[in-house]
Write a protein that binds this ligand. Structure first.
Ligand code: HEC
Length: 233
């Protein structure tokens, strides 16, 4: 800061301090009153309009597609984009935490007195880029499929089988192309190269090892599923 600037700043500060009001109780009182009003409005709205609760939770469902609230779509998308499991903690916890820490520490590492956005190119650019990045990721998260989706082009006649795989939770234990968990089950991407259709069907019906049995699926679904998997060579 130039000495003249500093002088001007200190004078203004002195002036404001003399004619200003102390933080306690004035500002505290004002903030508390506003906070009370906001809470009262929310309470009143939930009484008048009711709160949406959605359908009752069903712990036995296998077709539930977990999706976050819209304001978490950017994190959700980050998780989708970053596939290697060892990088997932970095994406979900690391990057947001680093950004929050940078924001909290801002007053310590940016100590210039300039406040006008136009004269703070680095801060302004960083801020705008963050907003654009979050907006873009939110858009992708809102329009993209869920992580329980199979992003793989298949012939129309295998589409139904693909949906059965998605809907019955196979991806919790099996990797299929870019999707699913890598283990404990065998990767299914090229399962037809490993075993024939009949063995696939038998595995699904028996549920070898820790795999649950899916023999209670309707025969039509079992057939569609086997057709789809037997086409993956
Ligand atoms: C709880 C985890 C789990 C789920 C859910 C699961 N599997 Fe499996 N699956 C496994 C494991 C583990 C194996 C290997 C079992 C073994 O050989 O001991 C396996 C084996 C298989 C095999 C035989 C692979 C081979 O190389 O012989 C097929 C095919 C298969 N699963 C398909 C499916 C399909 C289709 C679904 C969904 C309907 C499904 N699995 C759901 C864990 C699972």
């Amino acid at each position: 800061m130039k000495p003249a600037d500093k002088q001007a700043y200190l004078e203004e500060y002195e002036l404001l301090k003399k004619k200003g009001k102390p933080f306690f109780p004035y500002a505290v009182l004002k903030d508390s009153a506003m906070a009370l009003i906001v809470v009262a409005v929310i309470v009143a709205m939930s009484i008048v309009l009711g709160a949406e609760q959605g359908p009752k939770a069903d712990p036995t469902t296998t077709s539930y597609v977990p999706r976050p609230e819209w304001y978490f779509f950017f994190l959700f998308e980050l998780l989708r984009v970053i596939k290697p499991p060892e990088l997932v903690p970095l994406a979900t916890v690391g990057i947001p935490t680093i950004c929050m820490a940078l924001l909290l520490l801002l007053p310590f590492y940016d100590r210039r007195p300039e406040r006008r956005p136009g004269r703070r190119p680095i801060a302004t650019t960083a801020g705008l880029l963050t907003i654009v990045a979050i907006a873009y990721l939110t858009y992708l998260g809102a329009t993209g499929g869920s992580p329980t989706e199979i992003e793989m082009e298949v012939a129309p006649r295998y589409e139904a089988g693909k949906e059965v795989v998605v809907g019955t939770g196979c991806l919790a234990c099996h990797k299929l192309g870019e999707n699913g968990n890598d283990g404990p089950g065998t990767e299914l991407t090229h399962i037809a190269q490993l075993i024939p259709r009949a063995s696939i069907l038998r595995s699904v019906e028996i549920g070898p090892g820790i795999m649950p049995s899916f023999r209670d699926l309707p025969p039509k679904k079992l057939n569609e599923l086997a057709d789809f998997l037997a086409s993956l060579d």
